[in-house]
Design a protein around this ligand. Structure first.
Ligand code: DAK
Length: 258
């Protein structure tokens, strides 16, 4: 891989986008490498992923403007599809993905963070959808995921003005769950990932699916989705171990993902 580092620490996988010279901007190679990295994650061992950017300045400064500048309509659509496919793969990835946002998260950078399950950031993080200033709309899901996360009014204001916001404002509007110093960001991301990874993996995966699928439909159907995923946990080793441990007043020995 040219631009992606992948490290597995126990049950946690860490994907680092490493194209520091261009502030980790997403060109088509970066997008394809993220896709290939996700395909290679060992889902028997890894129970939570962290996505971050290399360096102390930028998470992802957007899609690569140099690469996009000369695209035709057809090429633009193809570029958009590569990005949308990989962002959607992250969003529906079977295990939770935490975005550890360590600086600029602009355009496609904000959008890739929004495709993750949970966002935490460092105090130097900057968020924004500046696309209208470049003559385009957000193209990697920003018009869809931002209003779902922060509400339509705030999302429209951010997208129509193209104005950037800082970490404290991102926290206030619910775009990120927590803000840490730069030094504390990754330790806290790993702590959060380890806490998730300790829980019953089938249950955690089913929670992700229930929330994702249920939020796209009406409550009557959403409840049915939940029922099925709830039922799916039963007869598993982990369900039996979790409940038996409670009844025997002992700690769970281990969840085995089966
Ligand atoms: N693309 C390419 N290179 C970038 C980049 C980007 N998005 N952002 C930064 N760089 C490069 C700079 O060109 C510079 O390269 P050199 O000149 O050193 O070769 C290097 O990174 C350092 O950047 P600066 O010198 O500008 O650093 P500063 O600290 O002065 O400023 C900045 C940092 C983040 C404020 C600034 O670099 C900046 O404004 N960057 C652009 C941010 C931006 O507008 N991002 C949104 C991009 S648009 C689509 C799907 C998706 C999208 C579009 C279409 N389809 C469906 C087709 C998504 C669009 C976007 O994300």
């Amino acid at each position: 891989m040219e631009y992606i580092l992948y490290e597995q620490k126990g049950a946690v996988g860490i994907i680092t986008i490493s194209r520091e010279k261009a502030l980790n901007a997403l060109n088509s190679t970066v997008l394809k490498e993220i896709d290939a990295t996700l395909d290679a994650v060992n889902l028997d061992e890894v129970r939570c992923l962290i996505l971050t950017g290399a360096g102390e300045k930028s998470f992802v400064a957007g899609a690569d403007i140099g690469e996009m500048s000369s695209l035709t309509k057809t090429e633009g659509e193809a570029f958009g599809k590569i990005g949308n496919d990989v962002f959607r793969k992250l969003e529906v990835f079977p295990i939770p993905v935490i975005a550890a946002i360590n600086g600029f998260a602009l355009g496609g950078g904000c959008e890739i963070a929004m495709s993750c399950d949970i966002r935490i950031c460092s105090d130097n993080a900057v968020f924004g959808q500046p696309e209208v200033g470049l003559g385009i709309t957000p193209g990697f899901g920003g018009t869809q995921r931002l209003p779902r996360l922060v509400g339509m009014g705030i999302a429209k204001q951010m997208i129509y003005t193209g104005r950037n916001i800082k970490a404290d404002e991102a926290f206030r509007i619910g775009l990120v769950n927590a803000v840490y110093t730069q030094e504390e960001l990754m330790p806290n991301a790993e702590k959060l990932a380890a806490t998730i990874a300790k829980n019953a993996p089938i249950a955690v995966r089913n929670c992700k699916k229930a929330i994702n699928d249920g939020m796209q439909t009406d409550m009557d159907q959403a409840i049915v989705i939940e029922e099925k995923l709830f039922g799916d946990c039963f007869e598993s080793y982990d369900q039996k171990e979790g409940m038996t441990a409670f009844l025997e007043k002992r700690k769970v020995e281990a969840f085995l993902n089966k």
